[in-house]
Each structure stands twice: as structure tokens, then as C-alpha cells.
Design a protein around this ligand. Structure first.
Ligand code: UD2
Ligand code: MN
Length: 375
């Protein structure tokens, strides 16, 4: 039997518990409302949670801001060596990306938007150990304007994929005819000197990926990533096409003796590379048409990169030439290596069709020194 007194105590206790429950519930709802509005306030529209268990994987139909999701990364690297591996699929991936080229963008702005990128254009995830190490190799001359846009889009794109990555711009010195494939060979050797990269992405400076599910990691076979480009109506132009952006592991690259060194001027080298893949006993892997989408910044044919009239004759002979010309014969002279905030620039003399010029004479002081050493 309960007395009136104890009934009152139970009543108070019951009301108290109810109050605590109400308080907890309203706090939860408040949190949800806040997490809904924070991305809106930050304009992070690709990561707006729309329901239960919905995180950044939300796919935005007409493309989200490539910088969305990244504000959630901690600003500093976690201390200590024992970080756990990043998840197999990055939770920061958001699907289609909106790509447009606004005037007035500056390198300083790109730098400000990528605070975790360090000297030489290197990055690793701040809160987990990356599963993949990818080098981006960009053949380059007189395309600074395109480079700025590529860096603007590709840095956050790769951060969303939780990669350990680095950017290498391989700049051809002088005005002699451009040679895209030879610059790639230089990029391969110079990048591998610095780090044990497990994947190399050979990347035109003017191609911007439009979907971050196009992962910048290597497959078991050489991968052709730029399969659906706006300039080809987002379709593969022909089956053996290997131009624009391709990804090879160091083993793939050496197995096919790298790329050809003797394609001077525009065209043919990409098809030669595609043929090398199959001559070396490998096949081409590709992402889906939905994911391997790219926008090309519109441009005219550059000065110093005229169409190569010999390209069809050369292509007919790839079967005979691929073992004699490639990584095993590449000759060049590095003029400078500069570590910029968003990329490493390697300026290189790759010579001409006649070969490399003789090395410049040593500066007078060094010459005098070596003369005295000989005495
Ligand atoms: C196509 C291929 C490209 C390559 C080229 C023939 C596509 C999207 N790409 O590109 O992979 O096979 O045909 O050589 O189909 N570059 C400079 N400065 C120059 C010239 C070239 O930086 O003066 C670099 C730059 O990275 C550029 C790339 O070389 O993106 C390819 O040259 P392109 O853009 O002039 O050739 P394009 O668009 O016809
Ligand atoms: Mn182009």
C-alpha cells in the first residue's frame, strides 16, 4: 500500500523523467536542423543531408561544387604515426561536379581554397592513411591559364578521393616542336625519383573531370580515364582511343617500355601508346561512360605544335619500334625543378629530332676549379 506521500514522490519522478526525455529529443531535432542548415550557409550543396544515413554520397543531378564536403576535413594533420587506413570508398565522394570557367580566378585563390596542400603540390588525407599514392603528370608549355583551372578543380577532386597525391608539371623548354609523349617519359622518371608512386595519371592540362566517382587509382590493366568528353559528344570516339587522361602503374609503364619519344607535333602518339598496351600483352580498362566524363577547355592548335605529317607512317611501324624506342632510350636534361605551392614544375630540355645538344660548357669558375684539381 502506497501512502499519499510516496505517490507524490513517484509522480514527481515520472514528470522529471518525461522532462529529461523531451529535452533530449528536442536537442536531437535541433542538431538535425543545424546540420541541415550549416551546409546551406556554407553553400556546400552537394553534402546537404536529406534523410537518414544520408551523408556526402548524395549525388547531385546537375553537378555539385567540387569544394563541397571538404570543409569537414580537419584543418591539421593528426599527430602520430598510427593512423588507420582510409575506408575503401571515400565518404567524401559526391558524384557529378559542376565545371565552368569563370574569369578572374587567380592562383592565390586556388591556394587559399586548398589549405592542406603542401609545397610542390603534395597532399595526404589529414585523418587517415591513404590507400593509394597517385602522381599526376602534366605535359606543358604556354598553357598557364589552363593549368590554373586544372589545379582549381583537380586538387579538391583528389582530396575527395582521400588519396596521397602529387602534381608534376613537365614544362618543355625552348620553342622547338612540342612532344607530349616524351614529356610523359620525363615525368615518369622524375616523379619516381621522388616517391614510390603506385599509380601515374598522364593528364592533358585542359581536361577537367566531371564526376569524382572516376577514381584516380590504377587498375590491374592500364586505364583510359577520359572516355566521355564534351568535344566528342560524351562518347568514346573509337575503340582504341587512349588520349587525354590515362593511368598506369610503374609496372605497366615499364612493361610497355613507356611512351614513344619520336612523335614531334600534334597527333598519333596517343594511338601509339594504345597499341603499345596491347603489344605488351595488356588490355585497356575504362570507367563507365557515366563516370569517365570530362570537359575540355576550348583552345586552338598551339604555335609550335603543328600536326605531325609522319604520324600515320610511324603508327604503322609501332610493332617494330616499341622495344627500341621508349623509356629505355629517353634522353633529356633537367633545367630546373621548382617546388611551387600547388605543383612541382620540372623544366626540361628534350632536344630535337636530331637528339640532345651537347651539354653547355661549365661556368668559367667551375672550369678553373676542375683544371686545378687535375694538376
Ligand atoms: C588530343 C588528345 C591529346 C593528345 C593530342 C595529340 C584529347 C582530349 N586529347 O588533344 O591527349 O593525344 O590530341 O597530340 O583528345 N600542350 C601544351 N602546350 C602546347 C601543346 C600541347 O601544354 O603548346 C599539352 C597540354 O597538356 C595539352 C596536351 O599537350 O592538353 C595535348 O595537346 P592539345 O590540347 O593541343 O591537343 P588536343 O586537344 O587535340
Ligand atoms: Mn586539348
Amino acid at each position: 500500500m502506497f501512502s499519499f506521500q510516496s505517490k507524490k514522490i513517484y509522480l514527481f519522478m515520472f514528470m522529471g523523467i518525461q522532462l529529461v526525455v523531451i529535452a533530449l529529443l528536442s536537442r536531437e531535432a535541433y542538431k538535425k536542423r543545424v546540420t541541415y542548415f550549416i551546409p546551406i550557409l556554407r553553400k556546400d550543396n552537394a553534402s546537404i543531408p536529406t534523410g537518414r544515413n544520408q551523408t556526402s554520397t548524395a549525388v547531385v543531378a546537375n553537378g555539385g561544387d567540387v569544394y563541397a564536403n571538404l570543409s569537414r576535413l580537419s584543418k591539421a594533420h593528426s599527430q602520430g604515426e598510427n593512423l588507420t587506413y582510409c575506408p575503401k570508398t571515400s565518404p567524401l565522394i559526391g558524384g557529378p561536379i559542376h565545371v565552368s570557367f569563370r574569369s578572374g580566378l587567380t592562383m592565390q585563390e586556388v591556394q587559399r581554397k586548398n589549405p592542406l596542400v603542401v609545397r610542390g603540390g603534395r597532399y595526404r588525407p589529414p585523418d587517415c592513411e591513404a590507400r593509394h599514392r597517385t602522381a599526376i603528370i602534366i605535359p606543358h608549355r604556354h598553357r598557364e591559364h589552363h593549368l590554373k583551372f586544372l589545379l582549381y578543380f583537380l586538387h579538391p577532386f583528389l582530396q575527395r578521393q582521400q588519396l596521397n597525391y602529387g602534381f608534376y608539371v613537365i614544362h618543355q623548354a625552348g620553342n622547338y616542336t612540342f612532344n607530349r609523349a616524351k614529356l610523359m617519359n620525363v615525368g615518369f622518371r622524375e616523379a619516381m625519383k621522388e616517391e614510390d608512386w603506385d599509380c601515374l595519371f598522364f593528364h592533358d592540362v585542359d581536361l577537367i573531370p566531371e564526376d569524382d566517382r572516376n577514381t584516380y587509382m590504377c587498375d590491374t590493366n592500364p586505364k583510359h580515364a577520359a572516355i566521355a568528353m564534351d568535344k566528342f559528344g560524351y562518347k568514346l570516339p573509337y575503340k582504341m582511343y587512349f588520349g587525354g587522361v590515362s593511368a598506369l602503374s610503374p609496372l605497366h609503364y615499364l612493361k610497355m617500355n613507356g611512351f614513344p619519344n619520336n612523335y614531334w607535333g600534334w597527333g598519333g602518339e596517343d594511338d601509339d601508346i594504345g597499341v603499345r598496351v596491347s603489344l605488351a600483352g595488356m588490355s585497356i580498362s575504362r570507367p563507365s561512360l557515366k563516370v569517365g566524363r570530362y570537359k575540355m577547355i576550348k583552345h586552338k592548335l598551339d604555335k609550335g605544335n603543328d600536326v605531325n605529317p609522319k604520324r600515320f607512317n610511324m603508327l604503322a611501324k609501332t610493332r617494330q619500334t616499341w622495344k627500341q624506342d621508349g623509356m629505355n632510350t629517353v634522353e633529356y636534361r633537367v633545367i630546373s625543378r621548382e617546388y611551387h605551392p600547388l605543383y612541382t614544375n620540372i623544366t626540361v630540355d628534350i632536344g630535337t629530332e636530331a637528339g640532345l645538344p651537347p651539354p653547355p660548357p661549365p661556368p668559367p669558375k667551375a672550369a678553373a676549379m676542375s683544371a686545378t684539381q687535375k694538376v
